[in-house]
Design a protein around this ligand. Structure first.
Ligand SMILES: *Cc1c(COP(=O)(O)O)cnc(C)c1O
Length: 476
């Protein structure tokens, strides 16, 4: 009866492979991983009778390798880079805007060294962090004053809590939005401590509905951009400009939650025009809130811009401290906003706008280049063909607006179990070293190439697909 030679923890660590693993992952982590690997090895060999006599050193090396594999898996980032071929340019679940190189460099700089974040270099006294971008935001939007917070949800929370705590905020029933996740306007309002006064109906709200609702408890009028749906047909909503007159007459602040909030006329770049922040301010909104990582194309952030006395009141609210921006994002935001001083070059420098304005011919040519390699990687079970598809801006900008795009449609040749086969294929794409995210539509896996700038990377990892189980049986 030959026994398997089981080395000690120490032997594994001192072995040639063990030393390499210790050098890479450190002694403590390696020790734990080696213990676990030894435990698993013992369990696997328990009660095993006849075994070839293994060299102790070989076993030690094998254990060390197994420990290294486990450590490597642990070490891989959980926030994985992906290729967004969904066709949704600002995909909330994929992190929304891809930042401009200028913003990336600025953020890295702010991370590496101390920065004058809240420090006035002229006087040597304490400064305010939002001063870093205030001038720029006012210059670009025409606003009197501005502050920045964590995101647009925080901006709304802060505005409502500052201006309407314990009092009423008037909102049209047609604008009580749910953005997704747990962001529902009525819930946010409740947490902000304001009482929601709903007016009008889902499809129609008139100016007189606002006027009739105003009472001694009213703190503000809130206008919300219905950013992810459209009420169509027999509808009536009251524009900010009409509301502004009423708000002024009754001496109430008018708050406009723009959602995406673009700073430029998108029509200049061949897209449909979306109301800009400047428009909202010109229409008479006293405060406008919007996101940094939607159409603006910057880091996650929330803007509160508008009337100075109201912005200052928000800045003084203790909640501001809880939702303020950090230096990394402030640096990225400053760099992003600076690009707006040269709108002509914006599509070349701001990835979000670059993707949105990418010429269809360019996208189609890319799909044609990739069609062959992808077809070869997937082999006979699948048919791969160029297709027309429709991209979306996403994140609630211009709902229902689609942009003609191009990509590849992958269909299983066998009709039997084609649904499960598609799921298996989509899963295989997600298991690639840099996961590829497409979407299944009408019996095909669609890869929209609008946002693919890493074409070489995409093509290089295709051969890995040919080694993955792609038949329906392979999936549980
Ligand atoms: C996206 C959106 C929000 C939430 O903005 P975040 O920056 O994601 O917090 C709020 N209101 C509207 C109208 C939106 O479109």
């Amino acid at each position: 009866m030959a026994k398997v030679a089981i080395p000690s923890v120490d032997e594994v660590l001192r072995g040639e492979t063990g030393c390499v693993v210790v050098a890479r992952f450190g002694r403590a982590a390696t020790l734990a991983a080696v213990r676990a690997a030894l435990e698993a090895f013992r369990a696997a060999n328990k009660g095993v009778g006849l075994q070839p006599i293994l060299n102790r050193d070989d076993v030690a090396a094998a254990i060390a390798s197994r420990a290294a594999e486990a450590l490597e898996a642990q070490d891989a980032p959980r926030l994985r880079r992906v290729l967004n071929l969904t066709g949704t340019v600002l995909h909330t679940n994929l992190g929304r805007a891809v930042l401009a190189e200028e913003a990336v460099v600025a953020a890295a700089g702010a991370m590496r060294a101390p920065a004058a974040l809240e420090y006035d270099l002229e006087t040597g006294s304490r400064g305010e962090r939002d001063d870093i971008v205030r001038g720029l935001v006012c210059e670009l939007t025409g606003a009197e004053d501005a502050i920045l917070v964590n995101n647009n949800a925080a901006a709304i929370l802060l505005v409502l809590n500052t201006l309407a705590l314990g009092r009423e905020s008037i909102v049209s029933r047609g604008e009580l939005i749910e953005i997704g996740g747990s962001f529902r306007m009525p819930d946010i309002m409740a947490r902000a401590g304001t009482r929601l006064k709903e007016i009008g109906t889902t499809n129609r709200t008139h100016l007189r509905d606002y006027a009739d609702a105003i009472g001694p408890e009213t703190a503000l009028l809130l206008k919300v951009h219905t950013s992810n749906y459209l009420v169509q047909g027999f509808t009536k909503e009251v524009g900010t400009n009409e509301l502004a007159d009423l708000a002024r007459e009754r001496k109430l602040p008018l708050v406009d939650d723009l959602g995406s909030g673009t700073l430029i006329d998108l029509a200049r770049h061949g897209l449909r025009r979306e109301r800009t922040v400047q428009d909202a301010l010109k229409d008479g909104a006293d405060l406008v809130t919007f996101s940094g990582d939607k159409l603006l194309g910057g880091p996650q952030a929330g803007f509160i811009v508008g009337r100075r006395d109201l912005v200052r009141a928000c800045a003084k609210n203790p909640i501001k401290r809880a939702v303020r921006l950090d230096k990394i994002r402030l640096a990225a935001l400053e760099a992003t906003l600076k690009l707006y001083r040269d709108p002509d070059r914006l599509p070349d420098r701001l990835p979000t706008l670059g993707y949105l304005t990418r010429p269809l011919d360019d996208i189609r040519a890319q799909a044609e280049r990739v069609e062959g390699p992808l077809g070869r990687a997937l082999g006979p079970p699948f048919e791969v063909g160029c297709c027309a598809c429709t991209s979306q801006i996403g994140s609630g900008a211009l709902p229902l607006e689609t942009i003609p795009s191009a990509g590849l449609a992958i269909t299983p040749r066998a009709k039997k179990q084609s649904g499960r086969q598609l799921e298996a294929l989509a899963a295989a794409f997600r298991r690639l070293p840099v996961p590829v995210i497409g979407h299944i539509e009408k019996g095909a896996l669609i890869l929209d190439f609008r946002c693919l700038d890493a074409e070489t990377l995409f093509v290089e990892q295709l051969e890995k697909l040919s080694r993955m189980p792609l038949d329906a049986e392979a999936e549980p």
